[in-house]
Design a protein around this ligand. Structure first.
Ligand code: FAD
Length: 145
């Protein structure tokens, strides 16, 4: 239950995070809340050589009314989605689904982006956002939002 050795880099911006992951390629993984990745690492089912910590990029944590759609940042925690009045009114299924993720501790650390990127078919938010017809916006070395 102890992960293999890895390097740790803390990104201070989304651009730096993308640059670091590009630099280390398949050996690197983003660390958001760590609620799926760290258990996998402890079981040695994942052994990334480098973790790029994006957990403090607060500008990727938002729920914004864009008029004809609502934008949710990748680092928005489940607890915030659960308690968001805008989502409770406009997309109650998403707020409800978020309230069923794990326990309060998990919901305070886990992120919607991590849940969707991890894509566990048993997870609540990938299935819910798919059913709601969500659009997923990815940014990377060759793709910008
Ligand atoms: C005890 C426990 C109970 C749980 N119960 C439930 C449950 O009932 N329902 C449920 O749906 N989930 C449950 N989960 C999982 C939880 O929802 C996690 O929040 C979710 O799996 C994602 O974790 P994270 O945000 O911490 O991402 P991490 O674990 O940090 O990352 C997960 C993966 O996504 C990648 N990643 C993370 N963020 C990004 C990003 N912005 N862009 C690209 N890639 C990214 C990482 O590199 C990694 O591969 C549980 C977890 C625990 C530990």
């Amino acid at each position: 239950m102890i992960p293999a050795a890895f390097d740790y880099k803390r990104a201070t911006s989304a651009a730096e995070a993308i640059s670091l992951v590009s630099q280390y390629g398949d050996d690197a993984k983003f660390l958001a809340g760590g609620h799926s990745l760290i258990p996998l690492m402890k079981l040695r089912l994942a052994q990334p050589g480098v973790l790029v910590d994006i957990g403090r990029l607060n500008d990727l944590s938002y729920i914004t009314d864009k008029g004809d759609y609502i934008a949710i940042g990748a680092l928005t925690r489940h607890m915030r989605i659960e308690n968001c009045d805008l989502l409770k009114k406009e997309v109650p299924l998403l707020a409800h689904a978020a309230s069923h993720v794990g326990d309060a501790q998990v919901r305070h650390r886990g992120t919607i982006g991590g849940s969707i990127a991890h894509a566990d078919s048993a997870s609540d938010l990938p299935a819910t956002t798919l059913a709601l017809g969500a659009t997923y916006v990815a940014t990377g070395r060759r793709v910008s939002a």
